[in-house]
Write a protein that binds this ligand. Sequence first.
Ligand code: PNS
Length: 172
Amino acid sequence: MNRLSRKPPHVIAIYPGSFDPITNGHLDLIERGSRMFDRLIVSILRNDAKKPLFSVEERLEMIREAIEERGFGNVSADTFDGLLVDYARSKGAQAVLRGIRAITDYEYEFPMAMMNRKLDPNLETLFMMPNEQYTYVSSRLIKGVFKLGGDVSELVPPLVVRRMKAKGVAKG
Ligand code: PNS
């Protein structure tokens, strides 16, 4: 019997990503995931080829602060290296949570989900949609707008605005 044959008594899910930085869209998904799963582990990829604004440690701190602020008792934050399927197995996770905003996300997500299924047929990828007010929010846009002096305070937690200000990335 494989892990998908029946529902396990305790479902652990991994929410992997870059989180550079965490946004209210991510937090919306974390809240939804915390209601669906017994445990949710938000995990930052360490060996990211993209040039991040924040170090892995800074991103981890921000996620931990945001989780604590919102009182998500069954959510924790972590980092991982290498294959997601190996990491998920090491955590005893049965599911991967990913957010889908628009059809373009689907095109990016589908091959990753299928590759992960090929690598581990027992690991299920589940997609959730954030609240519609966050469907256009991405870490990339947040950084771009903030750098040019735009107001992103309704789209990220205040602690992220403080960190971005401290980085001195804003124009003017
Ligand atoms: O937030 P992102 O950058 O869209 O997240 C991408 C992430 C971290 C989920 C993806 O790059 C990943 O899982 N990388 C780990 C390497 C891996 O397992 N690759 C094989 C499956 S595509």
